[in-house]
Design a protein. Structure first.
Length: 102
């Protein structure tokens, strides 16, 4: 699993039948800043994730990739590689609160 920020959405009017009705979001994985370990910073990568939870732009989310993305009841028959499995409320590292949902 990874923590990621939702940065956008994808609209695709032509797709395989199993993907019709699936909400697609652009997500950018984040990591802990290595020196001070007091904030989350971007990894510089982006992915397209299926959203079954109702996340929106600006939300921090939990994503899973690869075959694990197809282990949820909602995604087990979809041809996907990334899915949002949670919306993050807070992230605590050691004694620091490095993220709090607004």
């Amino acid at each position: 699993m990874f923590v990621a920020k939702v940065t956008g959405a994808i609209v695709s009017t032509q797709k395989v039948d199993t993907m019709i009705g699936q909400k697609l979001l652009v997500v950018e994985p984040f990591r802990l800043e290595p020196k001070k370990r007091s904030e989350l910073i971007t990894t510089g990568r982006t992915f397209i994730a299926v959203d079954t939870l109702g996340a929106g732009v600006g939300d921090m989310v939990l994503i899973t990739q690869g075959s694990s993305a197809r282990f949820t009841p909602e995604t087990n028959k979809l041809p996907i590689d990334c899915v949002i499995i949670g919306i993050v409320d807070t992230v605590h590292i050691e004694k620091n609160n490095v993220y709090k949902r607004q």
